[in-house]
Structures are given as C-alpha cells and as structure tokens.
Design a protein around this ligand. Sequence first.
Ligand code: ADE
Length: 241
Amino acid sequence: MIIDVLTIFPGILKGPFSESMIKRAQERGLVKIELTDLRSFARGRHRQVDDTPYGGGAGMVFKPEPLFEAVEALSGEAARVILLTPQGRTFNQALARELAREERLLLICGRYEGVDERVREALVNDEISIGDYILSGGELAAAVVIDAVVRLLPGFLEEESTAEESFSGHLLECPHYTRPPVFRGMAVPGVLLSGNHAAIAQWRRCQSLRRTWERRPDLLAKAELSPEDRQCLERLVKKDE
Ligand code: ADE
C-alpha cells in the first residue's frame, strides 16, 4: 500500500512513523508512507497556502490551487483521497478495514477554518473525523487513521491477533495477566494457571462479555452471541440485581 500525506507540518508526523511497528511495516515493504509539504506546491515568494474567506469572518481557508496541484501530482486518479476534518464521518474499525483494502490512500490534513469548498467537491472522496473534538489540525488524526489501517495490512500481525481483538467481534477484550502469579497481594485468577484450555477460553469469553456489558453496552447489541454467552450475561444481570 502507498499512503501519501499532504500537510503544512510534516514534522508533526515524522515521529509516529519512524518508531516501532509502523517503522517495521515500512522496512518490510508492506507500506510506503510519503509526507509531502503542501507549501512546496504553493506559488509566490511567500509560498502562501491559505487566504481570507470570501464574505469575511475570522480565520483562514486553504487555497484551492496548491491542493489541486499537489493531489494531481501525487496520485492522478489512482488514490482514494481523504480529508481529515471534524465534519467527516467518524472513524472506526470497520472503516479502518475498508481503507486497508485500498492500494493507495492520499490523506489531506486540514488546518485553520478548513479548505476551499471546491477541494471538497472535486478532489476529495471521503471526509473522516476521529471523534467529536477539535484538534488544531488533521495531522494527529492522519496518524491515528494510518496506524489503525497499517496494522491491518496482510503480514503485519498474525491473523489471529487482529481477528480476536476488541471491536472485531464487537466485544472488548478480557483482562490479561502476566508473571508473577501474586503481586503485592493481588493474585492472578486461578483458572488462568490451571492449564485447562477449555476452561480458560470460557473464562476469557465470559470476562469479555462482562467488560463489554459494564463499559460499552451499546456494542453488545451488535455482537453475535451464542447460547453460552447469553447464560453468562444472565448470570451477570442476576448478580447486579
Ligand atoms: N481536524 C481537527 N479536528 C479533527 C478531528 N476530530 N478529526 C479529524 N480531523 C480533525
């Protein structure tokens, strides 16, 4: 996969992509992430990328020319062009999976009051928000989207880990423990030390249901539940009453 990012602050994004797993994914050739400074497509002595809004008002707006030229130079018709903006559809795991199937993405990091509307109309395929809060620009949102997408690329993780994790099956993960078995008086649940794989799997599933029921009951409505799952939930509800 190729991911181009258009930003006026490439420095913000250098860190997240030059460490850990995303760095490894690039080294292994799973993804090529290119940061492009939008200013290099701006004209004039000041390389101005923004201007005041027609009709007046506060703030600045990204001019159309540098964005059109940059997108045309980087991708032609090939890439799915995404604008990061609080006005977009909310990012989630399903959208991450959808984007992970693309060959090429081009992310535009918005700033200021936004972009000239003609950019939205003619260039952008999708607008994505990472949540209902306002960041000072789309760069950190782009980092979030790229991280979530890249870790789903084939070969990044063993298949099992992404299939089992939170949200894939609409359930939160169960609690995890590692050594020592007792730490400052707090013991690891006995079943995890039992070596009984069936009992451990049942415990994990029930804990996962419990976490989801306690913290994100909205997700339970979307989950596929077996008769055993329903029994586990019934026990939780009874305990609560
Ligand atoms: N730009 C500013 N806030 C944002 C958000 N919440 N999501 C995506 N891009 C943004």
